[in-house]
Design a protein around this ligand. Structure first.
Ligand SMILES: [Zn+2]
Length: 496
């Protein structure tokens, strides 16, 4: 009798241990009850996501300018989570980091921008306020210049379009003032815009101005933007309307009118303004920097599935320009969602069929260096990427645009269905515009024919690339909803 009880007890313990052990082992996705899947995905909170974004936008990473030590520390902070969650290192030499060459320029405090409003007495100056009225250029040369300002429209010399902003004016040794973009809008005339779009690159504009003999550039765009190149000794500052109005004052012209004429007639309206300005920028160029992508993998369990899903977001931002540019929305928000999905999927007790690779890109703000480095040396052949999801500025408002939704209707339908059933974010499907020049990491995957969806808030806030892009402005609910949605989508997608 006593032996029987012992046998039953032992058998009971054995059953319990077996059940306990198997619960520790990963289960097949198909066997999971919808409730437990649901709970697992929804346990990731918006507050946690905001704390990720808060950390990445904090002072210690100095605005995450790719190429700097502070950026590398931010990448290592992300990698520490990949390691903690036991994701497979997918970078170089068994690490989570993929290095690439990344020159960069540090801007120091202490320069100036001033207008000599009395040409008879150059000591009389009006100083412009940093941030409200101007920013030193992120890739400016170092030094000072006092010279006349010449207005050069869009700063374009395009012989094939019979257009030359430099034709009527002498810019040698002077400061040129120009508009961003090109005189043709993609909305008005997509075909015409295609011919002009490559002249909209800041890099082009800086190099052309320097080639024409100008010594410096005032660029009518009051944001911090390192997506250009360093030209030794050539000064650049980004200026707003206050500076523009002073340059045009008493010239008999107004900037809006002149701009309109250029756009309507496609004829240059350049002129020498007679205005004397002083520019001084203090910078240090590093030609031999290194940037990093940070990459962690959740290997798929199904040997039949030989392609993979990538979820990517750029980790870098525009750095330090007197003050830290926090870049909470751009793009600590995208990295936070990426980390949220990585945590959910790596910690989940179910096997993923397909592999899922998480990539924080470096060098996006300096011209998409990280995504291009990845595509040159991918973890899986690019043709084996079944889906690329890109997140860039996903932390404000309530509505998200989904670029690529109309290009990849089957994937979009699945996302929309999951969203309607589980989450209910307001999503707006958008076609990938092949007209405009690249403005996201997603464009480069799309061009390689990878099925790509790119999420971004409907209204990109004005504070992007300024000191005002701070974590307190983020909407944790939107980030949480997007994290849950992508977790459901990838769980589902990784099985078929
Ligand atoms: Zn940006």
């Amino acid at each position: 009798m006593r032996n029987d009880w012992l046998t039953i007890l032992c058998a009971g313990i054995l059953v319990f241990i077996t059940a306990f052990c198997s619960s520790l082992m990963k289960e097949e996705y198909a066997d999971i009850s919808p409730q437990s899947m649901d709970q697992m995905v929804r346990s990731l909170s918006g507050q946690r996501l905001r704390s990720y974004a808060q950390e990445l936008s904090s002072e210690k990473y100095a605005g995450r300018l790719s190429g700097t030590q502070e950026y590398k520390q931010a990448a290592e902070w992300v990698a520490s989570f990949f390691e903690k969650w036991e994701m497979t290192p997918a970078g170089e030499n068994g690490t989570y980091l993929q290095p690439f060459p990344n020159s960069h320029t540090i801007v120091f405090e202490g320069g100036e921008l001033a207008y000599h409003y009395d040409p008879a007495d150059l000591n009389k100056k009006k100083y412009y306020q940093y941030e409200q009225e101007y920013y030193p250029g992120s890739e400016s040369g170092s030094g000072a210049i006092t010279a006349e300002v010449v207005y050069v429209g869009y700063g374009i010399y395009a012989p094939e379009l019979d257009y030359n902003d430099y034709e009527q004016v002498d810019v040698k040794g002077k400061i040129v003032f120009m508009e961003p973009g090109v005189p043709v809008s993609p909305k008005q005339d997509p075909e015409e815009y295609k011919k002009w779009s490559h002249y909209s690159l800041n890099l082009y504009k800086v190099k052309m101005a320097a080639a024409q003999g100008a010594k410096a550039l005032l660029y009518h765009d009051l944001t911090v933007d390192p997506n250009t190149d360093y030209v030794k000794g050539f000064l650049v500052s980004q200026v707003g309307d206050v500076v523009a109005n002073d340059i045009f004052s008493e010239t008999g012209y107004t900037l809006p009118k002149v701009r309109e004429t250029i756009q309507q007639e496609l004829t240059p309206q350049s002129f020498e303004t007679g205005k004397i300005f002083t520019m001084e920028n203090l910078t240090e160029h590093h030609a031999k920097g290194t940037g990093y992508n940070v990459m962690g993998l959740i290997p798929g369990a199904d040997p039949e599935m030989k392609d993979e899903v990538i979820i990517g977001a750029h980790l870098d931002h525009v750095g330090f320009c007197y003050e830290v540019m926090p870049g909470a929305n751009d793009n600590a928000s995208g990295m936070a969602v990426l980390l949220g999905v990585a945590k959910t999927l790596s910690q989940n007790p179910f096997k993923l069929g397909r592999s899922v690779l998480f990539v924080g890109f470096g060098g996006k703000e300096q011209g998409f260096l990280g995504s291009q480095a990845y595509l040159k040396d991918p973890v899986f052949p690019v043709t084996k990427t079944a889906l690329f999801i890109n997140l860039d500025i996903v932390g404000s408002g309530h509505i998200l645009k989904v670029f690529g939704a109309q290009d990849f209707p089957d994937i979009w339908k699945a996302v929309r269905k999951t969203n309607r059933k589980e989450i209910g974010i307001q999503l707006i499907p958008v076609e990938f515009s092949s007209l405009e020049r690249e403005n996201s990491d997603a464009d480069f995957f799309y061009k390689k024919k990878v099925p790509t969806l790119f999420f971004q808030v409907q209204d990109v806030p004005e504070y992007i690339h300024t000191t005002q892009d701070t974590a307190d402005k983020l909407n944790p609910k939107l980030m949480q909803d997007l994290t849950h949605l992508l977790s459901f989508v990838i769980l589902d997608f990784s099985q078929k």
